[in-house]
Write a protein that binds this ligand. Structure first.
Ligand code: SF4
Length: 344
């Protein structure tokens, strides 16, 4: 079976190259072709001896996804691509262009089992886990085209990263590898619905990545309506695990909170949220919901949002309201894929 040479650290490539009878330094040359010069045709790798190029043609393959569709927002700040994987699965990746650099939002699974009511990625459930090399390829799909460097990566596309733990951890290490993306761990954010045992496990890795937890509610009753998976984990246990993450890693946790009119955005909800998190050192990222044709959920108006923010701030909380990027290109996860499939 051919060896997929995409998505390995330099020591791993050296081991494979040596096992094929070539000197170790050839691995570095191969890595340079793949990750710096973006040359993927073995015949074009002229610095490698002909015997090695022949070996690569016979024994190696490059499983890189194909871009099926691209959409850019009118202001040019957000670009979304639909990628086809080697088994024809479709996934979405988003690039947000900030003044300080590009941020890439990747998917970690095809589909998702979590069932969040506002999310198109979960409509067909979980199809399969992505492997680390498929996650890496999503970032390179943008990196090859961008003039500006990649500043950060967020694992916030389709999928629940903590239910694909080993491959996600491997991807994080590849992204941080100086021979590959060389992204600081501090600039990597992993977003989870709050899979409590896995939060404790991740804390024990002592990686200084940012943990973003989709809280979306101040109590179990509301949370269970928005995030069905939360029935397995009480909201107090999610907050307790978040405190442990901060204590163990020193990294402040971000609570993601989708604001939905008449569901979780009242002043009472804000007060309850403050009681739930107490004096915890955390950050709230409020996201007014993106209305789509598939769901009857709407964002609160500006006054309601301001009131919600002011209550949190009165209690000393750090708060941001996320700018809605790329509404017109359907940036919420899973929506480009749905549109592509419905056009077929
Ligand atoms: S929001 Fe994230 S965790 Fe929830 S269903 Fe969508 S992809 Fe899954």
């Amino acid at each position: 079976m051919p060896f997929n040479i995409w998505g390995h650290t330099l020591p791993e490539m050296e081991e494979w190259v040596v096992s094929k009878g070539f000197p170790k330094f050839r691995a570095k040359q191969l890595q340079d072709y793949l990750y710096r010069r973006y040359i993927y045709d073995f015949s074009e790798m002229k610095q490698l001896p002909a015997s090695m190029r022949d070996m690569l043609k016979e024994e190696a393959l490059l499983n890189k996804p194909e871009i099926m569709s691209t959409l850019a927002s009118n202001d040019g700040d957000t670009t979304k691509i639909l990628l086809k994987l080697s088994d024809a699965s479709l996934i979405e990746t988003v690039c947000m262009h900030h003044t300080y650099g590009n941020s890439i939002c990747i998917s970690t699974q095809v589909g998702c089992a979590m069932g969040c009511v506002f999310c198109a990625s979960t409509r067909k459930g979980l199809e399969r886990n992505l492997n680390a090399s498929e996650m890496l390829a999503q970032v390179y799909a943008f990196k090859e085209k961008l003039d500006a460097p990649i500043h950060s990566i967020v694992l916030m596309g389709s999928g629940e990263p903590l239910t694909n733990y080993e491959e996600v951890l491997r991807f994080i290490r590849l992204a941080n590898d100086p021979g590959l993306l060389n992204i600081s761990l501090r600039n990597i954010t992993l977003s989870t619905c709050g899979i409590v045992p896995q939060i404790y496990r991740l804390a024990e890795e002592h990686l200084p990545i940012t943990l973003a937890i989709s809280l979306h509610a101040p109590n179990d009753e509301i949370r269970n309506r928005i995030l069905p998976v939360s029935r397995n984990f009480k909201i107090e246990d999610v907050v307790k695990a978040s405190r442990y993450y901060f204590k163990t890693t020193g990294r402040r946790v971000t609570f993601e909170y989708i604001l939905i009119k008449d569901i979780n955005a009242s002043p009472e909800n804000a007060e309850e949220l403050c009681r739930l998190t107490g004096k915890m050192n955390c950050h709230f990222n409020l996201i007014p919901i993106n209305g789509t044709e598939h769901i009857q959920l709407y964002p609160p108006d500006m006054n309601e949002i301001r009131k919600f923010v002011s209550i949190l701030e009165k209690h000393g909380k750090s708060v941001t309201v996320r700018r809605q990027m790329g509404d017109e290109i359907q940036a919420a996860c899973g929506q480009l894929k749905r549109r592509f499939l419905s056009d077929k």
